[in-house]
Design a protein. Structure first.
Length: 298
């Protein structure tokens, strides 16, 4: 599918939304022409996820990551534990035992509207793209402030590599620019993932809740949390039962830190640590020298 056709598809009508049909490869529910002023994201309907982990496989393949074994026997053993994303896995599926039985939840970068990682990055290696994706660039200095500032514990550092990078989902930014759907959306067999503008996926989420009040709780996770995210979730049980934090509030994280991070040059933040290190090293060297001299006298 070329970019022109992709944009036409994104600008197609909303008949699918009216009938409850979800996204299939090559179709979205967006009804407006994509604009750089509009964020795009994914609506995750956890009531439809079956834990097949094909999204993990698709993500690994397009990003050149280790390809996971998604066989049924492997899934059964793997899903017994709650996992986190890693530098080699941008997307993971977890299984939760809830009051309504087993629920499978895909996890990846939330692509916050006002990302804490972007605000914390002193060299702007972390960027919030006009189309909504949060990406990472090679000018990173390895300070890892992005990791500390993320309320969802997403950015991961390649500790075992000589030239390490920060790794995380970038919402298939390159594929988006080439007119292709995110890999996880494209391969999902149950259409649990829907890609579109944030406005449209929010509208669709609210439509589903209104049409099926017994099926969903009346909340879309990510609509307001930490100022809003471009990765949104629907659930049939309270979100704390499926691994989501409920203590984040609705204030965007950069409001807590931006003033400090950009008012104070990075060297001033590091200087006390550097000076303390020099002081301790000098002190130890002097003590060693005095001890050596005392030993020679004896």
């Amino acid at each position: 599918m070329d970019r022109r056709n992709f944009l036409k598809i994104l600008g197609s009508g909303v008949a699918g939304a009216a009938t409850g049909n979800l996204l299939t490869p090559g179709r979205t529910l967006a009804k407006e022409t994509p604009s750089a002023k509009e964020f795009y994201g994914i609506l995750v309907d956890t009531t439809r996820c079956i834990g097949c982990r094909r999204c993990e496989l698709g993500c690994a393949e397009v990003n050149g990551l280790p390809v996971p074994d998604i066989s049924e026997s492997k899934n059964e053993n793997l899903l017994k534990t709650i996992r986190k994303t890693s530098d080699t896995q941008y997307t993971i599926i977890n299984r939760y035992e809830t009051e309504k039985g087993k629920i499978f939840v895909p996890k990846r970068c939330m692509h916050c509207n006002q990302p804490g990682c972007v605000a914390a990055c002193l060299v702007k290696a972390m960027r919030k793209r006009p189309s909504g994706q949060v990406t990472w660039d090679l000018n990173c200095i390895g300070c890892r402030l992005c990791m500390i500032s993320c309320p969802f514990d997403i950015p991961k550092f390649e500790y075992n590599k000589a030239i390490p990078r920060i790794q995380k989902c970038n919402l298939c930014y390159d594929r988006y620019n080439n007119g292709v759907l995110p890999a996880c959306v494209e391969v999902c067999p149950t259409q649990a993932l829907m890609f579109g503008s944030r406005k449209q996926i929010l509208e669709e989420g609210k439509r589903r809740i209104a049409a099926n009040p017994d099926k969903y709780i009346e909340h879309i996770y990510g609509e307001y949390e930490v100022g809003g995210t471009s990765h949104l979730y629907l659930s049939s049980v309270p979100f704390e039962q499926i691994g989501f934090r409920k203590d984040l509030g609705t204030v965007a994280y950069p409001k807590y830190s931006t003033g400090f991070l950009y008012a104070v040059p990075f060297i001033f933040v590091l200087w006390p640590i550097v000076m303390l290190g020099i002081n301790r090293a000098t002190k130890k060297s002097k003590e060693d020298e005095e001890h050596h001299e005392e030993k020679e006298k004896h």
